[in-house]
Design a protein around this ligand. Structure first.
Ligand code: SF4
Length: 388
């Protein structure tokens, strides 16, 4: 568990992101946390760069919004777990635990071992609300942070051991040049073994890289070597366009092999986009769904309406209407009457366009033919009507 959210041991792959506001500005950060949760984020990481920001961090934890009903497999109404992102200064990790963080992310390779020990001791002793009923914990007793406490109302603070190439132990640095994935994994496993020896089970591991092949190789190797929950992502993936592709390939390849328990898409931009991309990756693999899935054809020489504009409008309006955005439906927007009707029939709802007009489909049944300008309104009315 990470707070109220099960991670690992067969729990649904959870979606996380990180705020990019200044943590000391609690109002702005809370607004971003709320926006992220609204977009489907289930775990939110917040950096704690200085001790001066600890009170703001504590307020962010206290006022964190609730996850929606059924979100992340956790109980309705549980606050979204806040994960503290800590670099270098072990005392900030203690401050984050003191402030009520559900988990902390550290790179233990950047700290003295005795200080990592202090963090682990504090995390083991602290308790954060899991808000669980015995039903909600069913099947999740080995998940990260559970410490074997399924059914408990509180769990220890979880720790992510986040290893990266820049902070490997001296004896692995040469190896990193020859075998980067092996070196990263060995560093992560050394810390995992150390945490085990300290009797702390509530950890998960990450071995991210900005290289997609290196990320895939490292996580494959790691998954062969441990049963610990894995946080998967391609780090510093880039801007919305390029980063989405790198993340979809890297994270998607691993998830398709059953590797990964929680994912973070890392994009330079609005973190809300990270959440939308993450859900698209999960939906594309058939692992989880959130909201409508719009299928649209690539268009070709047969297209006689502006199918690009139609598809974009359908996707935008479905996504911006809170009621429709929550529906698990498939909507097809197809450009012609050659292949369109067949695809539209297989979706829950569909449009198969013709010359300046199109047919509406409702669960495989042709409903009516309408002029191009009326198609989207009629489609949305159809979707809305069926929800009543
Ligand atoms: Fe072309 Fe029709 Fe296929 Fe769209 S559905 S790509 S318009 S053949």
């Amino acid at each position: 568990m990470v707070g109220s959210v099960p991670v690992g041991a067969g729990a649904p792959v959870s979606v996380q992101s990180m705020t990019c506001t200044r943590t000391g500005d609690a109002d702005a950060t809370l607004a971003q946390v709320r926006a992220l949760v609204g977009a489907g984020c289930e775990l939110v990481r917040v950096s704690l760069p200085t001790a001066e920001e600890a009170p703001a961090f504590a307020r962010i934890v206290r006022e964190a919004p609730a996850l929606p009903q059924g979100g992340a497999g956790g109980p309705a109404g549980a606050p979204v777990p806040i994960i503290a992102d800590i670099h270098y200064d072990w005392r900030l990790a203690l401050a984050a635990i003191e402030a009520g963080a559900a988990a902390i992310r550290i790179n233990p390779g950047t700290m003295a071992e005795k200080h990592v020990r202090e963090i682990v001791r504090a995390a083991a002793e602290a308790r954060v609300p899991a808000g669980l009923s015995s039903d909600a914990t069913e099947g999740s007793s080995d998940t990260a942070g559970s410490g074997g406490e399924a059914g408990a109302a509180e769990v220890p603070v979880a720790i992510r051991i986040g290893v990266n190439a820049g902070s490997l132990p001296k004896d692995l640095r040469d190896k990193a040049g020859r075998e980067p994935a092996e070196a990263l994994v060995e560093a992560a496993l050394r810390w995992a073994t150390q945490f085990d020896e300290w009797g702390f089970a509530a950890y998960k591991l990450s071995v991210k890289s900005s290289s997609v092949p290196a990320t895939i190789a490292a996580y494959r190797l790691l998954a062969e070597s441990t049963d610990a929950p894995l946080h998967v992502g391609v780090t510093e993936a880039g801007t919305l366009w390029g980063g989405t592709i790198k993340s979809a390939v890297g994270i998607g390849a691993l998830l398709a092999e059953g590797i990964g328990d929680t994912i973070r898409v890392s994009l330079t931009g609005d973190p809300g986009e990270e959440i939308r991309v993450a859900w698209k990756i999960l939906a594309a693999l058939g692992l989880r769904r959130r909201g409508p899935d719009v299928i649209s054809c690539p268009t070709c020489g047969r297209t006689e309406v502006d199918i690009v504009a139609l598809a974009e409008e359908v996707e935008r309006r479905l996504g911006s209407d809170p009621e429709l955005a929550a529906r698990q439906i498939t909507v097809a927007v197809m450009g012609c009457r050659v292949n369109g009707p067949e695809e539209a029939r297989h979706a829950d709802y569909g449009i198969a366009a013709g010359a300046g007009e199109g047919w509406l489909f409702d669960h495989g049944e042709r409903v009516e033919a309408l002029p191009e300008g009326q198609l989207v309104d009629a489609l949305l009315a159809l979707v809305r009507g069926s929800a009543a």
